[in-house]
Design a protein around this ligand. Structure first.
Ligand code: HEC
Length: 112
């Protein structure tokens, strides 16, 4: 009974399932946000995110990204996109999921 090929196959399946469940926050940020917020989230056209909104609760950060409302309930001005009406480059026209936004926040939390 050839156990090893099955084991390898199963591990490969698990690995690919895990990578789908965990979006790559670094890639998503660099592809979609860095142009305005800077490659280290230090601020550019848009404000600094590192050490600021990177520390907001997930809910507040998701609301800011999806609906363009800041932590004080105020609308964020253009050119900050309302991502619920837009799409990350990787998502083929679909708005970002909360998992993707959380992954972006996790990534910028590590930047200074
Ligand atoms: C076209 C430029 C642009 C892009 C692309 C962009 N932003 Fe912004 N963003 C802005 C601007 C400008 C503001 C500030 C708006 C204001 O102060 O009213 C902002 C504000 C924010 C805020 C609120 C910050 C605060 O302290 O109030 C967050 C959070 C944010 N952006 C996250 C993101 C994320 C995550 C992405 C990528 C998915 C992204 N932005 C892509 C321009 C952009």
């Amino acid at each position: 009974m050839p156990i090893r090929p099955c084991l390898l196959f199963c591990l490969a399946m698990l690995a690919s399932a895990a990578s789908q469940a965990m979006p790559n926050g670094e890639d998503l940020y660099q592809q979609n946000c860095a142009v305005c917020h800077g490659d280290k989230a230090q601020g550019k056209v848009g404000p600094k995110l590192a050490g600021d909104s990177s520390k907001w609760s997930k809910k507040l950060f998701e609301r800011a990204v999806l609906k363009g409302i800041d932590d004080g309930g105020k609308p964020l001005k253009s050119p900050m996109p309302h991502w619920n009406k837009s799409s990350l480059k990787e998502d083929n026209g679909q708005p970002p999921t909360t998992e993707e936004i959380d992954a972006i926040q996790q990534y910028i939390r590590k930047l200074h």
